[in-house]
Design a protein around this ligand. Structure first.
Ligand SMILES: NC(=O)c1ccc[n+]([C@@H]2O[C@H](COP(=O)([O-])OP(=O)(O)OC[C@H]3O[C@@H](n4cnc5c(N)ncnc54)[C@H](OP(=O)(O)O)[C@@H]3O)[C@@H](O)[C@H]2O)c1
Length: 245
């Protein structure tokens, strides 16, 4: 969709979600922004309003299926829904918690949005996976598995809704500045600012790209490693990645 006018973003008070909200903010645009931290969400709301957008915020946990469904229904006709909220495995977060947010949270966002979009026969849904969603990684088993799951879910839905006028896209960022990467104490190759990531995502969504993987260096490296490298060699390389603590 080239110029979405009503846009819902989960996890919009920080990092990539915040940058996306500001990227889309403008005259004639209505933003529905969510998160759990009110103070940060209010700051993003004010910044987007200054840019001319109408902003409605919601403090809501993506793990709450019923409340998410009610909220998304209340928002009415949505052009674009970005299922962005997510957590990393840093600090020994239990695998169940990671799945509740990164996988169930995406289901709780996408499924109610699809109901409204199916009725109207139009709309776009973007799911934030990760470069870590290209395969299970020994450096972050829980996180990478959650991102593999939502990548597969988005790819599956893209086929399922292809003939119904609904565009479904999966986004696989590499390392982007955010509260998640602020905690990393290892060198992050091809590190990118969130504002630049938001511009790449917007362009990819406008062109309805199936997979929006960036930076391009990561796309080439990860894409060719997973596709062409013999497993014994790939396994050796992946075992060398720093463990996310
Ligand atoms: N940064 C990267 O390098 C990178 C790379 C690949 C993929 N990603 C993905 O990008 C997405 C955004 O992450 P980020 O890097 O921008 O990190 P971030 O700065 O920590 O932002 C995460 C956002 O998700 C929200 N969130 C977390 N748990 C939530 C919950 N249970 N309910 C509602 N909102 C919740 C947070 O809001 P509250 O704090 O208010 O809950 C925050 O707005 C995630 O899905 C992440 O996995 C990031």
């Amino acid at each position: 969709m080239k110029n979405p006018k009503s846009i819902l973003i989960t996890g919009a008070n920080s990092g990539i979600g915040e940058a996306l909200a500001k990227e889309y903010a403008g005259q004639g645009v209505t933003l529905y922004l969510s998160g759990r931290n009110l103070e940060r969400l209010d700051k993003v709301k004010t910044a987007c309003e200054v840019m001319g957008a109408t902003v409605l915020t919601k403090i809501i946990n993506v793990t709450d299926e019923i409340k998410m469904s009610e909220w998304i229904k209340e928002c009415g006709a949505l052009d674009l829904v970005i299922a962005n909220a997510g957590i990393s495995s840093g600090g020994n977060v239990p695998i169940k918690d990671i799945f509740d947010v990164n996988v169930n949270g995406v289901f709780h966002t996408v499924e109610p949005a699809l109901i409204g979009m199916s009725k109207r026969g139009q709309g776009q849904i973007a799911i934030i996976s990760s470069i870590a969603g290209y395969r299970g990684l020994p450096s972050s088993p829980a996180y990478s598995t959650s991102k593999v799951a939502v990548k597969a879910y988005g790819e599956a839905l893209r086929g399922l809704y292809h003939d119904q006028g609904i565009e479904i896209n999966v986004i696989c960022p590499g390392f982007v500045r955010s509260r998640i990467t602020d905690k990393n104490n290892f060198k992050m190759p091809f590190f990118m600012e969130a504002e630049k990531a938001a511009k790449i995502i917007r362009k990819g969504l406008a062109n309805n790209k199936r997979l929006i993987t960036f930076p391009w260096q990561m796309r080439i490296i990860m894409g060719s490693l997973v596709r062409f490298m013999p497993e014994f060699l790939l396994g050796k390389i992946l075992r060398g990645l720093p463990i996310k603590k």
